[in-house]
Design a protein around this ligand. Sequence first.
Ligand code: TTP
Ligand code: MG
Length: 364
Amino acid sequence: MATGRVIFHVDCDYFFAQAEELRNPSLKGKPVVVCVYSGRTPDSGAVGTANYPARKLGIHSGMPIAFAKKKATPGTVFLPVDLPHYSAVSGKIVRVFQEFAAKVEKTSIDEAFLDVSQETNGDFSAARELALKLKHGIKGKTGITVSVGVGPNKLVAKIASGHQKPDGLTIVQPEKVRDFLSALDVEKIPGIGGKTSAKLREMNVNTVKDLASVPVAVLVENFGRARGAFMHNASLGIDESEVTSERERKQLSIIRTLKQDAKNPAEMEGFLKEISEKLFERVKAEGVFFRTVSIIAIDSRLGHFTRSKTLESPANSFEAIHSTARALFESFFSEKKGVVLRRGGVGVANLGEPKNQKSLSDFA
Ligand code: TTP
Ligand code: MG
């Protein structure tokens, strides 16, 4: 039986301020405010983040520094932002993630998704054990506390990590997703911001449950096809997007305008050979192997289309780029009858360096 996915979302607690406490333990217990000074006047700029004692005083991310100073007690410590220090701490945390999951997608300086479907065998009790070990490992190796959300997809995991903070762990099993989401405010859905939620409130939609009861056609009518479909799926806790590591995301591509618009593969043969050669030069220069070849097609009405194919094994030849791209363009033309191509591109992704790896299976 195919088992479902298990995804972790990890978000470091009051990150910049916690990283400051880490190198200066005497700060612990005092209100700490990390400031992003703009330099115009001594106090102009915004609060980057505040630790929990400072949050108790009403100081929060994004607040003008002058305003935060009005709320501060005499013992409140204001520090300038020190990104190199936070990046170094962040790098250490990512190395711990990599001990726990083969697939790690860092989404910001203090957040990442981990796909632990294989490591847990799709089992949510194993996921609880693993999440506790991960929290323990991060605390032990870096000194930082994090909040973890566990769910069957990225959307649910991300909402769950914010559910209990700091040092939280929220697990949402697949059969609990609808219950977990239903009472939440629509703004808890990542991607639904102030503007969208204001419009939803006008439609009498406040909670995720309300959103789930709106017919998808109504959402599409009000927010457009892609956003309407996204909102509908999100309200049901559906999200198929993959956790992709940086190596998988990294790609090389070349895109150019054709000298003359092309209506069939034959009319772009010379062009395709040329851009494939250019891309091959870059592949050679980078010394990488690739697993995926993709094409980009932009038609005369400026519609963008991409198609890609994953190869059975890593390749690094001109032939692999050219023949795969040609096949992709051929099927694109037969699928989109009458299309007139103005610009075209070829890309490779899923990159790796087999010479530095133990086995090619490391690509999987
Ligand atoms: P967040 O994860 O949003 O916040 P946080 O880690 O400080 O607090 P929480 O415990 O609620 O997760 O952002 C991560 C870091 O990004 C934060 O420590 C500082 C920085 N940041 C800013 O500089 N400005 C901002 O407005 C926000 C929201 C964050
Ligand atoms: Mg955080």
